[in-house]
Design a protein around this ligand. Structure first.
Ligand code: UD1
Ligand code: UDP
Length: 372
């Protein structure tokens, strides 16, 4: 008789908004594959309903098996709290493999804890580098990659960086982009929300904005300059700006915050659900952001995007996609808005393996690596 292969217990770790979108794709693919028993762990780094619960619901994820409730804090406090909360969970449940995604504090904290317990560790979205060590995410990316056993890469630059850093070639796999798996799986449902119409916005004739990087929003002068750019954009077409909780209080403290609120064509909003946000992105004339994930989603949707940062860890979005990096220069951002509305934007192409099947490739590859 051929012995049945045993199930692989996979701990899937999600802490912050971008994690939920990536883990949703992996959780689904692992479940479909049939050899994984998922242990879904939510660290609680993001906890507001609009930053967390809504993603679980809309992305068809089960309730987390464990919720660690770590909450907010300084980098050290938050990282330490994830480590002390997750260590006994790993000791009790002894997963066969731990899967972390992205570059947030929950990612690096989990990675360190898992490896000190000798648990096999997978990093999905490995190898991205901005080469800007003032970004907390760059430190998280480098530290996580350095100790991961399998590294699944979303774009060619990731392969180059990891191999240059000396990672063994048989541990580094170009799998594609799991964030885009979720986008492809849910795009019909996103379109069906008709969120732009509900908000009175005309397709192709509005600007969608997000901002949450400390380098932009924690420096009052920079946030004020960004707000001036939005006022300039709003003189051309409506601006919709769902505000990240990090940004909300900072903006409220600035005089220009009141001017934004008073402008008839600036729509300030709380964070928006995944499906509604995708719908707004699909119909926007231009997206202006400092987000990591949104650079990728706009490239996958072939939508014009301005990333207000001096660098990106996702260069394929600039080299092949619709993304343009820009200094925090209000006049230049306003001019980009004019160009996008006139239809004069580089078309971009969808990067290799951003095809909606990255998580399936990861499930297949990983199952073959683990003894069964
Ligand atoms: C985190 C990640 C960042 C990621 C972003 C995605 C780190 C170091 N940063 O940044 O890489 O791009 O998430 O959105 O991991 N807050 C709330 N409600 C919440 C969550 C946060 O009010 O549900 C507020 C708190 O005041 C908190 C602040 O937002 O102090 C920042 O939250 P935190 O998770 O520390 O960092 P983010 O800026 O969200
Ligand atoms: N997003 C959303 N609602 C919002 C803003 C963002 O659903 O109001 C989604 C969007 O898909 C984005 C993802 O959340 O790609 C990641 O969020 P964020 O920009 O906070 O994180 P980053 O990718 O910069 O780490």
């Amino acid at each position: 008789m051929i012995p049945l292969r045993s199930m692989i217990k996979a701990a899937l770790i999600a802490g912050a908004r971008p994690n939920f979108i990536k883990i949703a794709a992996l959780e689904h693919a692992f479940r479909q594959y049939g050899r994984f028993e998922n242990l879904l762990i939510h660290t609680g780094q993001h906890y507001d309903a609009k930053m967390s619960d809504i993603f679980f619901r809309q992305l068809g994820m089960p309730e987390p098996d464990l919720y660690l409730g770590v909450g907010s804090g300084s980098h050290a406090a938050q990282t330490a709290r994830v480590m002390t909360e997750i260590e006994p969970v790993f000791q009790t449940h002894r997963p066969d493999v731990v899967v972390v995604v992205g570059d947030v504090n929950s990612t690096v904290a989990t990675a360190l804890t898992a490896k000190k317990l000798h648990l096999p560790l997978v990093h999905v979205e490995a190898g991205l580098r901005s080469f800007d060590r003032s970004m907390p995410e760059e430190i998280n990316r480098m530290a996580t990659d350095a100790i991961s056993d399998w590294l699944y890469v979303s774009e060619p630059s990731g392969m180059t960086h990891l191999l240059a850093e000396g990672q063994p070639a048989d541990r580094v796999v170009f799998a594609g982009n799991v964030m885009i798996d979720s986008l492809r799986r849910f795009e019909d449902r996103a379109l069906a929300t008709m969120e732009h119409t509900k908000r009175g916005l005309e397709a192709g004739r509005y600007f969608l904005i997000t901002a949450h990087r400390p380098a932009m929003v924690d420096v009052p002068e920079r946030l004020a300059m960004f707000a001036e750019a939005l006022l300039g954009l709003a003189d051309q077409a409506p601006v919709i700006f769902p505000i990240h909780p990090r940004t909300a209080s900072k903006l409220r403290d600035l005089p220009v915050g009141a001017r934004l609120e008073a402008h008839p064509d600036v729509h300030l909003a709380e964070p928006i659900g995944y499906l509604e946000f995708m719908c707004l992105m699909m119909h926007a004339g231009l997206v202006v952001t400092d987000s990591g994930g949104i650079q990728e989603e706009t490239t996958a949707l072939q939508k014009p995007c301005v990333t207000v940062r001096p660098n990106t860890e996702r260069p394929v979005t600039v080299d092949e996609g619709t993304n343009v990096l820009m200094d925090l220069d209000a006049a230049a951002i306003v001019e980009a808005g004019r160009q996008a509305l006139s239809g004069a934007w580089k078309p971009g192409r969808i990067p290799e393996l951003w095809d909606g099947h990255a998580s399936e490739r990861i499930a297949r590859h990983l199952a073959a690596q683990l003894p069964g």
